[in-house]
Unconditional design. Structure first.
Length: 87
């Protein structure tokens, strides 16, 4: 996620994306979980974009959008897995 962002920029994007995904998916996590979900979501979103032939997102806003969508997808998948394992 964000080759030109650097370490701290990726953390900021990850926290924002994780927080947005938390609100969209109606979950309640802490800051660290939001960061992890956001960063993993950013990697997932960028991977999906490259799979469809698109380059990595340019600009902060697009990086946050892609990371948020990836984080929502990640939370949805985790929700499916935890529901199945709870049965």
């Amino acid at each position: 996620m964000g080759m030109g962002l650097g370490f701290f920029g990726s953390i900021i994007v990850g926290i924002i994306a994780g927080w947005l995904a938390e609100k969209i998916m109606k979950r309640d996590h802490g800051l660290l979980t939001n960061l992890i979900v956001g960063v993993l979501g950013g990697l997932l979103g960028a991977g999906i974009m490259s799979f469809f032939g698109s380059s990595s997102p340019n600009g902060w806003i697009m990086m946050i959008v892609v990371a948020t969508l990836g984080a929502c997808l990640l939370l949805w998948i985790v929700g499916l897995v935890t529901k199945k394992s709870a049965k």
